[in-house]
Design a protein around this ligand. Structure first.
Ligand SMILES: CC(=O)N[C@H]1[C@@H](OP(=O)(O)OP(=O)(O)OC[C@H]2O[C@@H](n3ccc(=O)[nH]c3=O)[C@H](O)[C@@H]2O)O[C@H](CO)[C@H](O)[C@@H]1O
Ligand SMILES: [Mn+2]
Length: 293
């Protein structure tokens, strides 16, 4: 592990206080959290900073039932692009332990396969991630990693994703909603639901498939979402976009300290708009019917 130490060096950065580095996109939320776009940060400074702290990053992914087919590409591309040069633990939650490929990983990186139950409905599989992330944050992750990055598995990395994303609590702008007006965000609109957001509230529409932060913040987030989902279940309610709806509710009242641009979660089905300089993590096309049943 020693050879990954001292890999990054601080380089000189010439600050310029009179012009912003991007003028075509919003670079900061109204509560002063950075929105991370290509061209807005200096990766050399950030690498040196996080390496000095010797951070270890946990990347969590669920591969339940047929979704195990996505694991190989996910890990292969993560090895190429995710937090290269830093310490990484992959946590693969699955009900099919023997279907998870054994893969050779770069130095300083390891994979843990965690056996968890499979729920019948895909919506429950997706939503129960919150409960499992909460429980493992408390039991295991807090002793092993400094940050968690929690993502969908039906994805591939196709460009660098580094320590520029790390912060106490971060969410990602949903690729399908970045140009939408607030009233068109697909928040849960039933006032009876714990995920309810009125039409005149809400900052951004965040994606369910990409959030993260330190362990304590992820514990609080997942605990809130799971409890809210259980409260709704008792009322026979399920929010329109499942875990994503509850996540959006949480972020409305617990503002993220960093927001990732859709560079970090893209779907080529949306084409490639001009403001999108990089596609770092993209959806792998899937046949929903086939794979979810
Ligand atoms: C990119 C993105 O923002 N995706 C979100 C979006 O769905 P998606 O349409 O991308 O949902 P999906 O089918 O990818 O399911 C979410 C995740 O649950 C896991 N899974 C699901 C079914 C299954 O049989 N086995 C299994 O392992 C797997 O990790 C998968 O990536 O909306 C969902 C709720 O509706 C979730 O909020 C997803 O995070
Ligand atoms: Mn997905």
């Amino acid at each position: 592990m020693d050879s990954i130490k001292g890999k990054f060096h601080i380089t000189n950065f010439l600050p310029c206080l009179v012009s912003s580095r991007r003028s075509d996109v919003l670079m900061m939320t109204p509560w002063f959290a950075p929105i991370v776009w290509d061209g807005t940060y200096n990766i050399d400074i950030l690498n040196a900073h996080f390496q000095q702290r010797n951070v270890c990053i946990g990347l969590t992914v669920f591969a339940i039932k047929k979704y195990t087919v996505f694991v190989q590409t996910f890990i292969e591309t993560a090895e190429k692009y995710f937090m290269v040069g830093h310490k990484v633990n992959y946590y693969v939650f699955t009900d099919r332990v023997t279907d998870i490929p054994i893969m050779e990983l770069a130095e300083g990186r390891q994979m843990r396969v965690l056996r968890v139950p499979a729920y019948q409905r895909w919506q429950d599989v997706s939503m129960r991630r919150m409960e499992m992330l909460r429980d493992y944050s408390y039991q295991q992750f807090r002793g092993e990693v400094d940050y968690l990055v929690c993502v969908d598995v039906d994805m591939r990395f196709s460009d660098e994703v580094g320590v520029e994303i790390l912060s106490d609590l971060f969410g990602t702008l949903h690729p399908g909603m970045c140009g939408a007006k607030r009233e068109h965000y697909t928040y849960e609109r039933n006032p009876q639901s714990e995920a309810y957001i009125p039409f005149d509230e809400g900052d951004f529409y965040y994606a369910g498939g990409y959030f993260g932060g330190n362990i304590e913040e992820i514990y609080k987030l997942t605990n809130f979402c799971h409890n809210a989902m259980m409260a709704d279940k008792d009322k026979n309610i399920e929010a329109i976009w499942h875990d994503e709806s509850y996540l959006n509710k949480y972020f409305l009242y617990h503002k993220p300290t960093k927001v990732l641009s859709p560079e970090y979660l893209w779907d080529n089905g949306f084409g490639i708009p001009k403001f999108l300089k990089r596609q770092r993590f993209v959806a792998v096309p899937k046949n929903h019917n086939e794979i979810r049943n």
